[in-house]
Ligand binder design. Sequence first.
Ligand code: PEP
Ligand code: MG
Length: 588
Amino acid sequence: MPHRLIRGIAVSPGVAVGPALVVRWEVPAVPEHAIRADEVEGEVGRLREALAFARERIAGVQARAAERAGPEEARIFDAQLMILDDGDLVAAVERLIRDNHFSAERAFELKMLEWRGLWMTHGSTLLRDRLIDLADVQIRVLTRLLGVDEPEVLETRPDGPVVLVARDLTPSLTVQLDRDAVLAIACQEGTRTSHAAILAHSIGIPAVVALPDVLGRVATGELVVLDGWAGTLQVQPLEADLAAARTRDARRRKLDRDLEAAVALPATTTDGEHVVLRANLDLPEELATAVRHGADGVGLMRTEFLVVGRGKMPDEEEQVAAYRRVGSAFAGRDVVVRTFDIGGDKFPAGFRMTAEDNPFLGWRAIRVCLDRPDVFRPQIRAILRAAAHARLRLMIPLVTRTEEVVATRELVEAEAAALQRSGVEAAERVPVGTMVETPAAVLIADRLAEVSDFLSVGTNDLVQYTLAVDRGNARLAARFTPHHPAILRLLAEVQRAGRAAGIEVSVCGEMASDPLSIFLLIGLGYRVLSVAAPSLPLVRWMVRQIGAKDARECAEALLGARAADDVTAQARRALGSAVDLRLLEPTE
Ligand code: PEP
Ligand code: MG
């Protein structure tokens, strides 16, 4: 087959050139096999032995991950251990063996399939990311029960290092990869936030995921160029492609060194305006990156990881520990804990909801929390308790009405008073802020500001709800743009309301990590940005290239623009030669 270019999502930077090795680390097939009644106890025994064996193996891999990728990254394997330790799961598998006379492997496989179906149909990114953890556990337990060999760890191959091509990498395979043996990783599936992506990044292996049909389009031995900056895989590259990839790599590496060097420098515009840069945290394992990249606190700690993919809601103690951990990593800095944004694309397994035709407009986030004090109160208490020794704030998602903020404040006050009365160590108060991520919230931003200690714009949802464009629909990706003049006007409005009320207004959506959008946000007056931890060096560096006065003139003029494309083109022109945007954006 001739030269091919396959586009995916870049998850770990760097360019690699080498022969492809197509691998299959897949769940083994389980034969149909019923057991006799007198074999039931033996099967249950086999199941328990296999679970214990898998546990031991995963703990071993976790230790290896701690050595190779660091202690934070090793915690990724906690998710797998939790699956194995789920008492309900084990009991359900045992019931299948006893009641239906399934073999241990068949019963285990059926339960895993059921979980997989449940996790997939709810379309949550967090759950999709966790599917591969499920596969990892499944492979370990089933290979043991079936008595087949566990998939090979990839050691150095006699014919030299390779670019690994796989359907999806399980975290345990990723952590065992040898940098001398594997030049890069190309996956057919996976997401930016999948565990394998995080691990590949920490180990320093370039990786691209979500490459459509890569398993069918690349054969073992074919020469490939993987570009972990641009998110592409070139198969059978031409000489010119090889040269271009190497040049781009060298330029990006230089830029990366500049970005790293900027970590210790203040995020200040060329004309002296300071911008506070905080980190968004989806998972606790991102904490180390946020600290390393010099985050000035946490602007958005998503708490859904405590719920999604779990059998039940987390108790108060577990939450206190999670919030304390982040609070103490950022002692003396603000940490904004967002209350559960469950529902919509984040569906907790242990919190059954009836199917909704339109979950993004459904019973979610603050609506759920206010309707279910049994869920909300423990979270509020946990935040207050963790705030005893840290600068925690509480932030409410998906607000559309002032009553939601007022009701939350009343609950916070009531719980704070109750904690004080009972002598439990807790803060007397925590600042309560509002996420502005619906058009309604923008239009009443002045009123919300009266009852909020701070506002934070969630541009991911704000763009989705304002432009009526599903944020997860790849087909509409080009239409999902924060450069639409409607969005610029909304952003200006929120800034104005916050300023009039004298409270902090930040942006914590993805927009804040897009180079051109940073220019626009600074121009619109935003001085507090919160972005995913890996984006911090780029955002800091970018802020340092921008003149706030130029940005303001440009943004103010663009409030009158007709179309998103005009906004993009004019912002690019205004930014001028200060920044080579081509270096920062995927190659065409
Ligand atoms: C947003 O909507 O912009 C946001 C930051 O929240 P999430 O992405 O978690 O919905
Ligand atoms: Mg949101």
